[in-house]
Design a protein. Structure first.
Length: 360
């Protein structure tokens, strides 16, 4: 069991990672009521175990459909209405049991219901355990624009139980490790080399190693958000791979890629872009590409129109005045954020990765 400490403006909170992490919920006391926000399939599979570990009796969850469409203002309103109908007040606790969609939606509802109630993140995907459940970012989507409306609102606690990852599909399981690759690039040679030796072939039943990977990747996120909670500067490095990645998701109406898969393609494109403008040595780019591909196969990107994807890049939330602030690797553990990137190089990076011309 690992306990990581996050310091935020709202106070400190722990990220508990490891077998039995859900038992940490039993120490949360003093609330007038507690509500679990989750998806139907997750609750059928894990609801009883989750409630028993937390030391509760009967719990009736608030259920939302699985998938990105639940991250909407309409769904947030429905969840808030159900909380009200069931007697939730300012001393109630909301527990988000799910992946990134449930975590983002639950955090957003908690941050706005009666101007803010406490909430807990209980992430059930690799991606959420290593990244999205940590740091207090909450959001819903507006139309095709992902995470357009949101808040910074720290959870009371994050509990990451590796056993729950066994119910993920092989594709969903792999998808989260692309965010772990990103954290390895951000962290430096130690974690990166450690992941190079361990990520290939990692399976849900490898619980000891899985716990270590999640904890070490999560530690990177904890360190970054502790130093820059509200994305004033340093936290922007966590967007490595996301500018291209979000454009790929939007260009395919969020139907072709899981989020981690889109980020993986985005990391490859950002890596090639860094090479093209002279920031990154090709040998290092080859190691980054190799670690990305070691996780497993990615959905193809052939057939995507270059013009459509590139036109979406300035819509990225990190853009200022329509100018993209690119997050690019200069080395393992060294990242540069810059708006000074030639458009021709951006197009070349996309084409070379898409056509397999560059596959360092």
């Amino acid at each position: 069991m690992r306990r990581l400490q996050v310091k935020s403006a709202a106070g400190e909170y722990q990220v508990v990672v490891g077998r039995g992490a859900w038992r940490a919920l039993a120490r949360l006391r003093g609330y007038s009521s507690a509500f679990v926000l989750t998806e139907p399939g997750l609750w059928r599979r894990w609801g009883r175990t989750f409630a028993r570990a937390a030391g509760w009796g009967h719990v009736r969850p608030i259920l939302v459909p699985a998938g990105e469409t639940s991250k909407s203002l309409l769904m947030a309103g429905r969840v808030a209405s159900e909380l009200l109908d069931r007697g939730a007040d300012r001393r109630s606790l909301l527990l988000a049991l799910g992946g990134g969609v449930v975590g983002d939606l639950g955090g957003f509802v908690a941050s706005t219901y009666m101007r803010g109630i406490d909430y807990v993140q209980a992430p059930t995907t690799v991606l959420a355990q290593v990244d999205s459940a940590i740091g207090g970012k909450t959001a819903v989507n507006i139309g095709a624009m992902k995470n357009l409306v949101g808040t910074f609102y720290a959870p009371r606690l994050v509990v990451s139980e590796p056993a729950v990852l066994s119910s993920l599909s092989p594709r969903a399981f792999r998808s989260g490790f692309y965010e772990a690759v990103k954290h390895g690039i951000l962290s430096g040679p130690g974690l990166f080399s450690w992941l190079e030796a361990r990520l290939a072939g990692l399976r849900p039943k490898d619980t000891g190693l899985l716990e270590s990977v999640v904890a070490r990747a999560a530690q990177v996120k904890v360190e970054v958000v502790t130093r820059d909670e509200r994305e004033a500067g340093l936290r922007r490095i966590l967007n490595l791979g996301h500018t291209f990645g979000h454009a790929l998701e939007e260009a395919t109406a969020y139907r072709r890629f899981l989020h981690g898969e889109a980020v993986a393609w985005g990391i490859l494109m950002a890596t090639r872009l860094a090479e093209l403008i002279g920031l990154l040595a090709p040998a290092v780019g080859g190691r980054i590409s190799g670690l990305v591909h070691s996780v497993g196969p990615l959905p193809p990107i052939r057939g995507l129109r270059e013009e459509k994807v590139l036109a979406l890049l300035p819509r990225d939330k990190k853009a200022v005045g329509g100018k993209v602030h690119w997050v690019l690797p200069e080395g393992i553990g060294k990242i540069k954020v810059t708006p000074e990137v030639p458009a021709a190089a951006v197009g070349s990076a996309f084409r070379e990765v898409q056509r397999g011309v560059w596959n360092a």
